[in-house]
Design a protein around this ligand. Structure first.
Ligand code: SAH
Length: 254
C-alpha cells in the first residue's frame, strides 16, 4: 500500500506499469510544452492518482477526458471536483479518441508496457489529434523520433516529432529501472491521404529481415520506378524514399 499524500492510498500494480510522477517540475514542463489554452479539449492517458491531472485543471482548457484502466485509480480521480473533468474507465490502447472531439491534445505519462500501442493508436486517430505530449521509456522515445523502426516511420509520416527531455528514474514512485523521456508529436498538415492499415502492413514487412537488401523484398522494376537503389537495406532509406516506395507499391497493386 502506497501513501502518497495523506488522502491518497493505492496499491500500485506492476501489470499496469504504474510509476507515478512525483516531480512538479517535470509535470510543469509537460504542460509548458503542450501550451494548453482556452477552449482546448485535452485527453490524459493513464492519469493514475491525478498528479498531472490537477496541473492540467489549473489551465483554462474547456474539457479534460481522463482514460484510466485501474478502478482503484478511478476512485482517486473521482475525488477531483471539476465540472470540466470526464473520467473514462477504459483501455487507452483500444479507445477511439475521435469520439471525444475534433482537435484533441493528448497528454500522459504512459504505462510503458502499452506505450507503443497507444502511440500507434494516436497515429490511427491523427485526424482528431493535433498534438500529443507523452512520457515514454527513453529507448522508445529515441526510436520514435526517427525512421529506424516501422513505428518510428509510421509516427513521423503523420507527426513532426521532437525529443523534449530525459527524465531520470528518481522522479517517479516507484522508480522505473530505465530512463524516461518526454516527446512531443505535432500533426503534420499533410495533403495526401494514406490508407494507414495498408501503410502499417507495408512498413512492418519492410522492416522485417532488415539485413536483406531491398531487391530481396521487391521487384527490380518496382524499385526502379520508385528511384531506389535495389542494393540498399531498409535502414539506409529516408522517410521520403519509404513513402515513395509505398506509393509505387500501391499503384502497382503489389
Ligand atoms: N499519470 C500518472 C500515472 C502514470 S503510471 C502519474 O504520472 O503520476 C501509468 C498509468 O496508466 C497508471 O495509472 C495505470 O493504471 C494506467 N494504465 C495502465 N495501462 C493502461 C491502459 N491500457 N489504459 C489506460 N490506462 C492504463
Amino acid at each position: 500500500m502506497l501513501k502518497l499524500r495523506r488522502r491518497v492510498k493505492v496499491r500500485l500494480k506492476k501489470r499496469y506499469g504504474q510509476h507515478l510522477l512525483i516531480s512538479a517540475g517535470v509535470a510543469k514542463k509537460i504542460l509548458d510544452v503542450a501550451e494548453l489554452g482556452d477552449g482546448d479539449i485535452v485527453v490524459e492517458i493513464g492519469p493514475g492518482t491525478g498528479s498531472l491531472t490537477k496541473e492540467i485543471l489549473k489551465t483554462p482548457i474547456k474539457e479534460l477526458h481522463c482514460i484510466e484502466i485501474d478502478p482503484e485509480m478511478i476512485s482517486e480521480l473521482k475525488k477531483l471536483e471539476d465540472e470540466r473533468l470526464r473520467i473514462h474507465q477504459a483501455d487507452a490502447s483500444e479507445f477511439d479518441y475521435c469520439e471525444l472531439g475534433k482537435e484533441l491534445i493528448l497528454l500522459g505519462n504512459l504505462p510503458y508496457n502499452v506505450a507503443s500501442l497507444i502511440i500507434e493508436k494516436t497515429v490511427f486517430c491523427h485526424h482528431c489529434v493535433k498534438l500529443a505530449v507523452f512520457m515514454v521509456q527513453k529507448e522508445v522515445a529515441e526510436k520514435l523520433i526517427k525512421c529506424s523502426s516501422w513505428l518510428g516511420c509510421f509516427v513521423n509520416t503523420l507527426f513532426q516529432t521532437n525529443y523534449v527531455m530525459t527524465v531520470p528514474p528518481r522522479f517517479f514512485l516507484p522508480p522505473p529501472k530505465v530512463q524516461s523521456a518526454v516527446i512531443k508529436l505535432v500533426r503534420k498538415e499533410n495533403k495526401t491521404e494514406i490508407d494507414l492499415k495498408k501503410y502499417k502492413a507495408f512498413l512492418t514487412t519492410l522492416f522485417s529481415f532488415r539485413r536483406k537488401t531491398l531487391r530481396n523484398k521487391f521487384t527490380e522494376d518496382l524499385l526502379q520506378k520508385a528511384l531506389i537503389d535495389p542494393l540498399k537495406r531498409v535502414e539506409e532509406l529516408s522517410l521520403e524514399e519509404i513513402q515513395r516506395l509505398f506509393f509505387v507499391y500501391q499503384l502497382e497493386g503489389a
